[in-house]
Design a protein around this ligand. Structure first.
Ligand code: PGA
Length: 250
């Protein structure tokens, strides 16, 4: 079901003491009446302590990545079962940093997504174009192709477990944000693409988040757009006050 979500992607920034400090600052600043789900994505070693420290809060702890393999000789990988065993129910898949720096292909991301969904996980599936693609005017076709290759093996029922995060690569960590209109145009294009494949109900049930330099100063305007259902927030999620101000934008 379509929900407003604000998710903090902490990337590789917080060790355990930093994770604990940030969570206690979040707990101190947390109000009772957010009009959105609030998620944080600490690094793998900190997931279990983060899960335990947020049990008494509305904050959901999610993972930044997962293996497509079930178990066995995959040195350095983390499985879906492992995430679930420490309380994680949602995983980010296909962040552009995974695609670009770790060579994660559409095929691999499709395998990760189906494996996670089949085990009952919710998936935040990331997509987004590079600057040259946008300049050439090919952003919609590139993003819809990422969605087609990564998600369209799922059934309409399985799509209920998927949240899409549109993150233009040129706006990630750069301070440059897509304008609310650019975000809305892409989100509407994604929703109509979902409608063509799965029908109106699935398209309307899918939360589509925007990511790329979301800050308290721009969140209200971006989240006000009809097809924007929240944000995947990097830099600004590392500061409890700004992250909660973004959650407050709804
Ligand atoms: P940013 O990162 O908010 O620092 O641009 C967003 C993301 O990579 O998810």
């Amino acid at each position: 079901m379509r929900k407003n979500i604000v998710a903090g992607n902490w990337k590789m920034n917080c060790d355990l003491p930093m994770t604990q400090t940030l969570i206690s600052e979040l707990k101190k600043g947390l109000q009772t009446d957010y009009n959105c789900e609030i998620m944080i994505a600490p690094s793998h070693p900190c997931l279990y302590p983060a899960f335990n420290s947020t049990l008494d809060t509305p904050i959901e702890v999610v993972a930044q990545n997962v293996s497509e393999q079930e178990k066995g000789a995959f040195t350095g990988e983390v499985s879906i079962d492992m995430l679930q065993s420490v309380g994680v129910k949602t995983v980010i898949i296909g962040h552009s940093e995974r695609r670009d720096s770790y060579g994660e292909t559409d095929e691999l991301l499709a395998a990760k997504t189906i494996a996670a969904v089949e085990k009952g996980m919710r998936v935040i599936f990331c997509c987004g174009e590079h600057l040259d693609v946008r300049k050439a005017g090919n952003h919609v076709s590139v993003v819809t192709s990422q969605i087609e290759k990564g998600l369209f093996q799922l059934s309409a029922a399985q799509m209920e477990q998927v949240v899409i995060a549109y993150e233009p690569v040129w706006a990630i960590g750069t301070g440059e944000t897509a304008s609310p209109e650019q975000a809305q145009d892409m989100h509407a294009a994604i929703r109509s693409f979902l409608k063509d494949k799965y029908g109106e109900m699935t398209a309307n049930h899918t939360s589509i988040l925007y990511g790329g330099s979301v800050k308290p100063a721009n969140a209200v305007e971006i989240f006000a757009k009809p097809d924007v259902d929240g944000g995947l927030v990097g830099g600004a999620s590392l500061d409890a006050t700004s992250f909660l101000a973004i959650a407050d934008a709804f």
